[in-house]
Design a protein around this ligand. Sequence first.
Ligand SMILES: Nc1ncnc2c1ncn2[C@@H]1O[C@H](COP(=O)(O)OP(=O)(O)OP(=O)(O)O)[C@@H](O)[C@H]1O
Length: 273
Amino acid sequence: MSALELQGVTKTFGGLRAVGGVTFSVPERSIFGLIGPNGAGKTTVFNLVTGVYKPDAGTIRFAGDELSLLKPAQIARRGVARTFQNIRLFGQLTVLENVLVACENRRRSGLFSALLRSGSFYRDEAEMQKRALELLAIFDLDKLADETSTSLSYGNQRRLEIARAMMLEPKILLLDEPAAGMNYGEAEGLKKQIQWLRDRFDLTVILVEHNMQVVMGVCEEIHVLDHGETIAHGKPEEIRKNPKVLAAYLGEEAPDEGAPAARPAAQEEEAAT
Ligand SMILES: Nc1ncnc2c1ncn2[C@@H]1O[C@H](COP(=O)(O)OP(=O)(O)OP(=O)(O)O)[C@@H](O)[C@H]1O
């Protein structure tokens, strides 16, 4: 069964066709890679799926809904969560607070009981804390729960963003360059953590990533875009030797395992800090 299906999805910005007639379906509980050189249209696909942009043409179906007809908050409530290419944490909040803040508007007990500090409020609060700490533990962040998020390493901040997205109890998780700025060991850890999340929460994961060590190591199926168009689709071993993919990456680094392809300069700078 497919978790998500894009059919002929197109998005133009002025004269630029950022995404041109893209069709793919993501199998349920799979880890699915969406790759391509810089500017290929990957983040635009995420923005289309999450309702930030409306497609000019095509359909995006998820669990029986046509997502392009829904607002971003409605899409999130249906179980679509994401992380962003640029880290978006609350620097002044602690690690635990950053995770808890994700579900502020999902409190089952509601405002009234929150005001009265009723039993159900505390029960929900306790459940949320438990889930938050479990998620933090998956990423080895539980011991840092009371630190401010700015004190974390770059790699830990990226992992914290994933933990926060998981608080929404998503059915599908869109990760936008989660390994950016991570060293080899951190990226290896991330691979295991993504697999663990999928297994533990029956999750479907779509991974936009330039780090081929991660993409080739963790994705079961890969869809490749270049200049907004699909150029390949297949298993990692097929994609790795696909001539069109290799040609698209020329000028960057070829998608060989262990070799991170080029990242935007801004991220290199961020990663260095
Ligand atoms: N809001 C926008 N307005 C105008 N052009 C945009 C907008 N968003 C994206 N684009 C353009 O659409 C194209 C695809 O961009 P997108 O960010 O989706 O690529 P990407 O594959 O995610 O790239 P990268 O790997 O560099 O993050 C680029 O040429 C980009 O400049």
